[in-house]
Ligand binder design. Structure first.
Ligand SMILES: [Mn+2]
Length: 265
């Protein structure tokens, strides 16, 4: 077990089928930390309104976190948009877990980071949802719909060519700029406030790099990437990924893969 100063996790989405709780439990065994920051969308109450998927592993995640909070880990929970109902309780404690809207974390090297979920900086949520819906629709279906639209356009006497597939591709490009817009607006806020960096989640895109003159760090998620942010005892920030395949190949070592270190940022 590695002893680290802080561990930052976001977008776990407990209560959904997509949540990689087993991997998270294996990952947590690797680290002993002084501070544990849960940076939003931990329990997906939003998805649970539609259907609940809560296997034993999801309970175990909650129990392990609460157990750490009872013992010697400072556990902070910053609710996101999927666990927004917890925002009503910001400022109070949930057992030994402290609920916060945002937090300024002073790292061991004196650097100050704004810790927040980040959904308030997501200016085009609607577009983002539209893009992810399109991602599920195959190209063939698009072509098919496009053919019907062309027929309809001809019937209505509308001239010129319009391609739904092109429209979809343009939206994917907009998704790329969505990420960079999000990163710059969050980083800009941290810079305006005279901080050294920001640690957030929400967009499920893990990152550790310089944006707007500050260190932009995104924890990623436990739905797809299985990533986390580690603060070492000297204050160095590192983005790590849990690789289950590595574990199978090599039982003792190399389970956590370092992606980017703050030195390179
Ligand atoms: Mn979110």
């Amino acid at each position: 077990m590695k002893h680290i100063r802080s561990l930052f996790l976001s977008d776990i989405h407990l209560g959904t089928r997509a949540c990689q709780a087993e991997h998270l439990l294996a990952f947590l065994k690797e680290y002993e930390c002084e501070n544990l920051f849960l940076v939003g969308d931990i329990i997906d109450f939003w998805a649970m309104n539609r259907s609940v998927h809560w296997p034993a592993s999801h309970n175990t995640v909650v129990q392990k976190v609460l157990k750490r909070a009872r013992h010697d880990t400072n556990v902070y929970l910053i609710p996101g948009n999927h666990d927004e109902l917890l925002r009503e309780h910001v400022g109070s404690n949930f057992g030994d877990v402290r609920l916060l809207r945002e937090h300024i974390h002073v790292a061991a090297d004196g650097k100050r980071y704004l810790v927040l979920h980040g959904d308030e900086y997501d200016q085009i949520t609607a577009l983002h949802r539209w893009v992810s819906v399109l991602g599920d629709v195959s190209y063939t279906v698009l072509i098919h719909i496009n053919r019907m639209l062309s027929w309809l356009r001809r019937k209505l006497g509308i001239s010129g060519h319009w391609s739904l597939a092109d429209y979809a591709k343009r939206n994917v490009l907009q998704a790329v700029s969505f990420i960079s817009n999000f990163e710059s607006s969050v980083a800009y806020t941290a810079a305006q406030r005279g901080l050294d960096g920001v640690i957030c989640g929400h967009i499920h895109t893990a990152a550790l790099h310089k944006v707007e003159g500050v260190t932009y760090i995104n924890c990623g998620d436990w739905v797809d990437s299985c990533t986390a942010v580690v603060e070492h005892m000297d204050g160095r920030m590192e983005l790590v990924r849990w690789e289950p395949e590595v574990r199978a190949a090599n039982d003792e070592e190399g389970r956590v893969v370092a992606l980017y270190s703050a030195d390179a940022a």
